[in-house]
Every structure is written in structure tokens, then in C-alpha cells.
Design a protein around this ligand. Structure first.
Ligand code: NCD
Ligand code: ZN
Length: 344
């Protein structure tokens, strides 16, 4: 097969930032995706419905006209989120979820939740109003090895949340381990997961073997090969619990190529091409449309898109960087050859 037509996909986990970066990254996303769940971890974070609506306007203003792209907004869960704000979010047709960052887990998560039990009353309301909870699933204690942080969170905090709130819709974001995949598989159909292109393509050697490669550093950190294999198996299985979420998270090149580099991979420039290559490699192109275009909207209770996109098997070279004012963003797989190209 050298041409593939799919229902237009959506990205169920995306960072677009604000200001100058927003304009370039939103154009990349809007070329491929019809909709995206927009992460609220700005600095300062998006805490209220009004702030989310203002951010939404800023995104729409920066989006190329006629792209048809729709941002799906989220709120950032803190210890001070109120029940009224949750209800207001549930009533807004623009807010689709609330994002839980354990405090200190990742970029701009300082205002996240430090005591999970403390937010259980809020989770109860989210369960009642049927507003999905998106979880960055890592423990943050420094005595936990960074490669174990997801596994430990899943076995402890996530397990407890799922038990207490059996009707709460939960997306375990950017799963990176076999343990997380197994947990999602064994949970009810209220629990789903997104998977990024980098966690499908790489194991941890890609960060550390033969030199440190900061553009492969993201959180949760990329794990061992057997975890990557479990993720590929889940993504290509046709199980609707697993769907596309790039976690494309742009940082300026000099913030990544630094003695203390930022976490996040920039994949929005060619995300669907990256996923297509992974599915092709394991001979599962017939499973791509479900993963990229169907299971996400089904879980979020939104209609599937009606337009289509077409990809062609054709080599092209990823640019070395994208310009943002006087700075650059270095894309995932910079200067490397991809063998699928979006043609319309
Ligand atoms: C994200 C970012 O930079 O905002 N970074 C990342 O490594 N994925 C935050 C996140 O989703 O963890
Ligand atoms: Zn993210």
C-alpha cells in the first residue's frame, strides 16, 4: 500500500503555548488535525473557565484562517479549584476536561496537586457531571527512580482514584510502560489512554546511548524496549481504549540544549506521518484510522470528523529547525528522513 486515506485525525493531548511559539505550532497542528485537546500548563496556568475561553480566543486568532481547526479547552486542577468552577466547565461547550498534574511532575506543574486525597471532593463532582479527568501519571517523590515513577503512580494513586470514582471518565495521558497499558486494559471502559509518537518509536537508548540527545527527553521519560513494544501492541491492537495524543511540547532549542534542558518533544510538524510510519512498520496500517480518528472522539463523546486526509509513501527530510522570531524550535527527528507524507 503506498497511499492511505483516513478520516481526519484529532490530537487528544497537545501543548501549543502562547505568544510567538503559538503561531507557528498551531499552524503545524491545523495542517493535519481537525481538533486538539489543549493542555492548560501555561505560565501562569489556565485555572478558570474564563481564562480557558480567553486562551481559546488567542489560539483561534493565531490559527490559519480556513483551516477549520477547533481547539478543545481544558482546566488545570489545583487544590483551590472549586465545585462551582467544575460545574461551569461542564456546562461550557468549549471545555472538555480537567487536567491533573501531580505538583512538580513536569513542565509548569508547580501549581499542581500536592495532596491527591484533598481533591477527591472535586473528582466526585467531575464524576457526577461527567467531565473527563486527564492525568499526568507519575509520582513526584525524589526517592522514586525516574524510570519507575509512572508504574508506581499507576499501582497506587491511579488505582485508588479508579476505585473511588468508578464512573469518572479518565484518560491516563502519554502512557509509557507495560504496567500502565495493563492497568488500562484491566480497567472499565471509563478508563482510556493516549500514546505519543516518541514512546512508540524509541526506547531509552535514544536518549542516552552514544551521547545525550536532549530532543528525545520528555516526561514521562522514554523507557526500556519491552515497554515500547507493549505500547506499539496496544496502539495497533484496535482496542478503543488507546488513542492518539502527541504530547507535542515545544521548547526553544537553547532551552533543550542546555545543562538543565526542558522536557518535551516537538512532533506537531509531522505527527500523523510519524504515527503512520510506526503502524506501517508492524504491518498495522489498517488499525491507524481507529487509533487516530475514531476512538478519541468516541471517548470524549464528540462526533467523528467528516473530512479525510491522504498520506503517501514518499521520503522527505525533517527540517533541522523551525524559526520563532530570533530563536528556533528543533523538531523530533530533525534532519532525518520520514517515509510517509501528508499530501492533502
Ligand atoms: C510537557 C511540557 O513541556 O509542557 N513536557 C513533556 O515532557 N511532556 C509537559 C507534560 O506533558 O508533561
Ligand atoms: Zn503533555
Amino acid at each position: 500500500m503506498d497511499k492511505l486515506t483516513l478520516i481526519q485525525p484529532d490530537d487528544w493531548h497537545l501543548h501549543v503555548r502562547n505568544g510567538a511559539i503559538l503561531k507557528i505550532v498551531i499552524a503545524h497542528t491545523a495542517q493535519q488535525f481537525a481538533r486538539a485537546i489543549i493542555m492548560p500548563n501555561l505560565n501562569p496556568p489556565v485555572l478558570t473557565v474564563d481564562q480557558a475561553l480567553a486562551y481559546r480566543s488567542e489560539i483561534i486568532k493565531a490559527t490559519p484562517v480556513d483551516s477549520g481547526f477547533t481547539p478543545l479547552m481544558t482546566l488545570y486542577l489545583t487544590n483551590s479549584l472549586t465545585a462551582d468552577e467544575v460545574k461551569k466547565a461542564a456546562e461550557s461547550k468549549f471545555i472538555h476536561a480537567i487536567k491533573l498534574y501531580p505538583a512538580g511532575a513536569t513542565t509548569n506543574s508547580e501549581s499542581g496537586v500536592s495532596n491527591l486525597k484533598g481533591i477527591y471532593p472535586i473528582l466526585k463532582i467531575m464524576e457526577q457531571v461527567d467531565l473527563p479527568l486527564l492525568i499526568h501519571g507519575e509520582v513526584t517523590n525524589n526517592d522514586c527512580d525516574i524510570f519507575d515513577r509512572e508504574k508506581v503512580f499507576v499501582g497506587s494513586s491511579l488505582n485508588d482514584i479508579v476505585k473511588h470514582f468508578p464512573n469518572l471518565r479518565i484518560v491516563l495521558e502519554h502512557v509509557t510502560t507495560k504496567e500502565a497499558v495493563d492497568f488500562v486494559l484491566s480497567a472499565s471502559n471509563k478508563v482510556a489512554a493516549t500514546i505519543t509518537p516518541q514512546h512508540l518509536m524509541f526506547n531509552r537508548n535514544a536518549i542516552l546511548a552514544g551521547g545525550i540527545r536532549p530532543h528525545h527527553y520528555c516526561l514521562p521519560i522514554i523507557k526500556r524496549e519491552h515497554h515500547r513494544q507493549a505500547l506499539v501492541e496496544a496502539a495497533t491492537s484496535g482496542n478503543p481504549k488507546f488513542f492518539l495524543g502527541t504530547d507535542s511540547a515545544p521548547h526553544l532549542t537553547n532551552a533543550k540544549e542546555n545543562s538543565c534542558g526542558c522536557a518535551g518533544c516537538y512532533s506537531a510538524y509531522g505527527a500523523i506521518e510519524l504515527y503512520t510510519a510506526v503502524f506501517d512498520q508492524v504491518d498495522a496500517l489498517d488499525k491507524l484510522e481507529g487509533f487516530a480518528s475514531c476512538y478519541g472522539p468516541d471517548f470524549y463523546q464528540l462526533p467523528r470528523n467528516t473530512k479525510t486526509i491522504t498520506l503517501q509513501k514518499q521520503s522527505w527530510t525533517v527540517p533541522s529547525s523551525y524559526q520563532v522570531d530570533n530563536e528556533t524550535i528543533t523538531p523530533l527527528k530533525a534532519n532525518e528522513i520520514l517515509n510517509w507524507k501528508l499530501i492533502n
